[in-house]
Write a protein that binds this ligand. Structure first.
Ligand code: PLP
Length: 490
């Protein structure tokens, strides 16, 4: 394909006077007569002047410049880029659902409320929690909501001395950020060489100023924290609550429930665990679950089932922390998540954890002779390599990731977690076939071979993508959001 032709901006195709379609002028001119003069534009807007085939080809080609779960394998550790079933999309797009309005009276949307309530119940069952709110829009938003629940709980007991939250050093970056936004000071707890939390360090930091301890299990390096019952006991004895970051609940499905382990509050990312799209950063959903005794602090609105089988919306509750969202949350995401759960059934859901774990261990074992495995397995749903074993050619994790793009695979997560210099974090998920995993393994092995024989070739990758090495920092610091910005060099 002629990349240089199709990687142009639409404005660069513009030729003065060129048109896509010629519409008869009269009807529009007549309509314009009714507009107040003050609203009429004096000059034509600076739009690209292009013919229709150019527009069609431009946007069709642009749509293929990105990488998605529908184009290829996407083993982005921690992000759980599993395939999004088309059945779930079709249900969410059904006009019966997509044309509802959140302000409709409960009596007119009983089925929609039943769907909402059913998902609340399904998540409570899966998490081993008493009740769930579906309101938060993302994992980080769920963490903030969960911490607000914890705040409301301590406040209700007039226990105002608890101003700090403990977070492991391996935690996802959103954990300390959410604790800070919730008004807490963050206290870091160390990891042991095997990647799990240092229980002695944790014990030494627990006192009457700690509101909560946030944990991820399996943790961010894919290791199972075996000491949770002991940790839960310590945390509760100190009067604090135990928070479970279940953004990625994949490895737990069908195997264990956070509620049974002693966690008090948790969130789940539907856009990871339940296969709803992450596209463009959302829309997502980060429902929050709580154990019995904390449900009164959950945000409103909440959906409840009446004794006669009908459904209602609770909009006010004195002990509730209030609202965290304008309405009920991202409803079409809930449809997709419930469709995923119901299409798998209890039996299918119970296979997700074991399959995700099997796939991760399969890939890990097939590559660990070439890539450095700092924490020996078995892993759970994901694992981390610390770059190539043979680093003599100077090929870095970034180079490996870029070269994978040439070979048709999205890169794994790189340089996270921060525990290793050359982190390369791989999460295959349960939705991939053996053939896909084998093809990925072959590509990774090919790159390791190239790194030894011709390191410069790997370092100059990717060789076949429309954009090669974007400067992420400059893009964030000085974003160019319009064609005019680009022209003006702003
Ligand atoms: C993805 C993730 C989050 C954050 O979720 P967002 O929806 O991106 O805000 C939090 N914790 C863990 C462990 C995650 O993997």
């Amino acid at each position: 394909m002629n990349r240089s032709l199709y990687s142009k901006l639409i404005f660069e195709h513009s030729r003065s006077g060129r048109r896509g379609t010629d519409l008869p002028r009269r009807p529009w001119a007549d309509a314009m007569l009714h507009l107040p003069a003050a609203l009429m534009r004096g000059e034509a807007p600076a739009l690209p002047e292009v013919d229709e085939p150019t527009v069609a080809r431009h946007y069709t080609n642009q749509s293929t410049n990105n990488f998605g779960v529908d184009t290829g394998f996407y083993p982005l550790g921690s992000c759980t880029m599993k395939y999004n079933p088309k059945l779930s999309d079709a249900l969410a797009a059904d006009p019966v659902i997509s044309r509802l309005h959140p302000a409709q009276p409960a009596s007119t949307v009983q089925s929609a409320l039943e769907i909402y309530w059913t998902l609340q119940r399904a998540l409570s069952e899966i998490g081993g929690m008493e009740e769930f709110t579906l309101n938060p829009f993302a994992g980080a938003h769920g963490e903030l909501t969960g911490l607000m629940v914890i705040h409301a709980y301590h406040d209700s007991r007039e226990d105002y001395a608890r101003t700090r939250v403990i977070v492991p050093d391996s935690a996802h970056g959103t954990n300390p950020a959410s604790a800070h936004v919730a008004g807490y000071e963050v206290v870091e707890v160390k990891s042991l060489p095997d990647g799990t939390v240092d229980v002695d360090d944790l014990r030494s930091k627990l006192d009457a100023t700690i509101a909560a301890v946030m944990m991820t299990n399996p943790n961010t390096v894919g290791m199972f924290e075996k000491n949770i019952p002991e940790i839960a006991e310590m945390v509760h004895a100190a009067g604090a609550l135990l928070y479970y970051d279940g953004a990625n609940l994949n490895p737990m499905l069908g195997v264990a429930r956070p509620g049974d382990m002693g966690f008090d509050v948790m969130h789940i990312n539907l856009h990871k665990t339940f296969s709803t799209p992450h596209g463009g950063g959302g829309p997502g959903a980060g429902p929050v679950g709580v154990r019995k005794g904390l449900e009164e602090f959950l945000p409103v609105p909440r959906v409840v089932k009446n004794s006669d089988g009908s459904f209602d919306v609770i909009d006010r509750c004195d002990s509730s922390l209030g609202r965290v969202s304008a309405w009920f949350g991202n409803y079409t995401v809930f449809i997709r998540a419930l469709a995923y759960i119901l299409s798998l059934g209890a039996e299918g859901v119970a296979k997700v954890g074991p399959l995700a774990t099997l796939n991760a261990n399969y890939v890990m074992n097939a590559l660990k002779d070439l890539y450095l495995l700092p924490i020996p397995g078995p892993c759970k749903h994901e694992f981390v390599f610390d770059g190539l074993i043979d680093k003599s050619g100077g090929v870095t994790t970034l180079n490996v990731a870029k070269r994978l793009l040439d070979l048709g695979f999205h890169a794994p997560t790189i340089y996270f977690p921060l525990l290793f210099h050359e982190s390369l974090m791989i999460e295959p998920t349960e939705t991939e076939s053996r053939e896909t995993l084998d093809a990925f393994i072959a590509a990774m092995r090919q790159i390791a071979g190239e790194a030894a024989e011709n390191p410069e070739f790997v370092k100059s990758a990717p060789h076949d993508t429309p954009v090669v090495h974007p400067d992420d920092t400059q893009a964030a610091l000085t974003p160019k959001l319009t064609y005019k910005d680009l022209q003006d060099g702003i």
